[in-house]
Design a protein around this ligand. Structure first.
Ligand code: AHR
Length: 529
């Protein structure tokens, strides 16, 4: 039977429509525009710092375990020390955290058999004081990290904080510097970075006070500490998290008191995927939380610059994001008056590691103002490294952190990322890009790294990289952290459940097509030489 012209037309239109449908175009590739001469910031490697508190098994049974066959003659766990040295952690905050607000540093120095055993009131634990400031500095030197000491501005006085600076940093010939020498440390420790207390806005904090009270105490402490050593870099306590009712107002009032005598303000935040949290346990919401970190940074920057303007100060403050991580499961902080109790031993899964990757991306993107950041914490307590008396293993969050430490160098590039987005409904609808990427470029080695989070839980995402100035000549590595099960975690029994996998390297050139697996955090390393 002959088909009429109309029938032919109709059937061919249907065929085109069907072909379109079957072709399933899939997601539009994301595009990233890179120019190695367009830099957002010079990367301060202190952005990848960490934190060790006298809390749970972080110190005792974590980095320090005298008598263990795994420890050296100083009691330092050799396996842990080696791991942290090889990670290259640049700076470590110590001794707290909430702990510092009730800590008398004099309890932790001098002959060990004379050090008191005290009831530690932040975590209701027994503190033996067998590890203190000098051991920490020695440990830092052994792992190649710089110390970031916190002074007690809870129960501690500005005078005691200045005495600790004198103990640590003066050569000789004064009460406290000579005490250090008597304790066997001839040379000064030269500690440059100091936190003026910890989370003093929190009602849970020992010595909690109002913003104005704290601002004045911090000013007094800063003046006395600087009188001892003019070269110090001092960090005032900002809000302990953006959920505080006093968030930003605390920061403003504190800075109006102490702006002239400090160099930076601290930010803290822990992220949660609990069913009752803002993520409601949904992975796509959870993986967007690093964008909240960026808003928090932007808001605190705005307050700093507002106070700067009001005071007509030539000085621009930098930010110290000195506590950040995922933390929502192991929240019980009662040590029941035990020595080194198991506290805050959070077990991390794949989705936590993906968010940690995103958080590292956010820190790098804001590294024009954030100069120090500390993954809280380092060993056993909400940590990438877990120990037992016989060994250790790496949690999932170890891997994105290790990549940043090993490969993010030089400048953070001012890249343009154009990605498809998804919407999160809530009080305000949030639009979230599937692909979250940051690039660094190290001019001395001519190497460029791309750190990319793919928040698409179902589909691989293709990304086209357009290099404007120089074209990569070689792909020196392409790895990813991914898996089908977002809840998969590493344990002592199965320490390799979540580890990075190699990906097929894309062809190098001024335009490159890169495939990011669904629910993944990936690192692409390129050489321009
Ligand atoms: O890192 C654990 C605790 O979290 C710290 O001691 C405190 O500063 C924060 O609230």
């Amino acid at each position: 039977m002959d088909l009429t012209r109309r029938q032919v037309l109709r059937s061919s239109l249907a065929a085109v429509a069907a072909a379109r449908l079957w072709a399933q175009p899939g997601p539009r590739p994301a595009r990233i525009l890179l120019d190695t001469e367009r830099s957002r910031a010079i990367l301060d490697r202190r952005l990848f710092g960490s934190f060790l508190e006298h809390l749970g098994r972080a110190i005792y049974g974590g980095i320090y375990e005298p008598g263990s066959r795994l420890s050296d003659e100083r009691g330092f766990r050799k396996d842990v020390l080696q791991e942290i040295k090889q990670l290259g952690v640049p700076i470590v905050r110590y001794p707290g955290g909430n702990f510092v607000s009730g800590y008398n540093w004099l309890d932790g120095v001098g002959p060990r058999d004379k050090r008191p055993r005290v009831l530690e009131r932040a975590w209701n634990s027994i503190e033996t004081n067998q590890f203190g400031t000098n051991e920490f500095i020695e440990w830092c030197r052994a792992v190649g990290a710089e110390p970031l000491l916190a002074a007690n501005l809870g129960t501690g006085t500005p005078e005691a904080a200045a005495a600790l600076v004198e103990y640590c940093n003066l050569e000789r010939g004064t009460k406290w510097s000579d005490l250090r020498r008597q304790h066997g440390y001839e040379k000064p420790h030269n500690v440059r970075y100091w936190c003026l207390g910890n989370e003093m806005d929190g009602p849970w904090q020992i010595g909690h006070m109002t913003a104005v009270e704290y601002g004045r105490k911090a000013t007094d402490a800063a003046r006395q500490m600087r009188m001892v050593d003019r070269s110090l870099q001092l960090i005032a306590c900002g809000s302990s998290n953006p959920g505080m009712s006093t968030f930003l107002e605390w920061d403003r009032q504190v800075l109006e008191e102490c702006y002239g005598v400090v160099d930076a303000i601290s930010l803290h935040c822990y992220y949660s995927n609990a069913e009752q949290s803002e993520t409601k346990g949904e992975a796509q919401r959870y993986l967007a939380l690093n964008l909240n970190m960026e808003s928090q940074i932007d808001q605190v920057v705005a307050v700093c610059d507002y106070v700067r303007g009001r005071l007509k100060s030539p000085k621009k403050l930098w930010l110290s994001f000195d506590e950040w991580n995922v933390w929502y499961r192991a929240r019980d902080g009662n040590g029941n008056r035990q020595e080194a109790p198991r506290l805050l031993e959070e077990q991390y899964n794949l989705e936590d590691a993906l968010l940690v990757g995103g958080l590292l991306n956010s820190l790098m993107r804001r590294s024009d103002r954030v100069k120090i950041a500390c993954l809280a914490q380092l060993v056993n307590v909400i940590a990438p490294i877990m120990t037992s008396p016989t060994g250790m293993y790496r949690q999932t969050i170890y891997y994105p952190y290790a990549w940043a430490l090993a490969h993010a160098r030089g400048n953070v590039l001012d890249i343009v990322v154009d990605s498809e987005t998804y919407e999160l409904s809530g009080r305000n609808t949030t639009v979230v890009p599937y692909v979250d990427a940051v690039a660094t470029f190290d001019a001395s080695s001519k190497s460029c790294c791309l750190f990319a989070l793919n928040r698409d839980l179902a589909r691989e995402r293709e990304v086209t990289l357009h290099f404007r100035d120089v074209a990569p000549r070689r792909v020196t590595g392409f790895e990813t952290l991914t898996g089908r099960n977002l809840k998969a975690a590493n344990t002592f029994e199965n320490p390799q459940a979540v580890t990075p996998q190699r990906l097929e390297p894309p062809a190098p050139g001024s335009t490159m097509r890169v495939k990011l697996p669904a629910q993944s955090y990936s690192l692409l390393r390129l050489s321009m030489a």
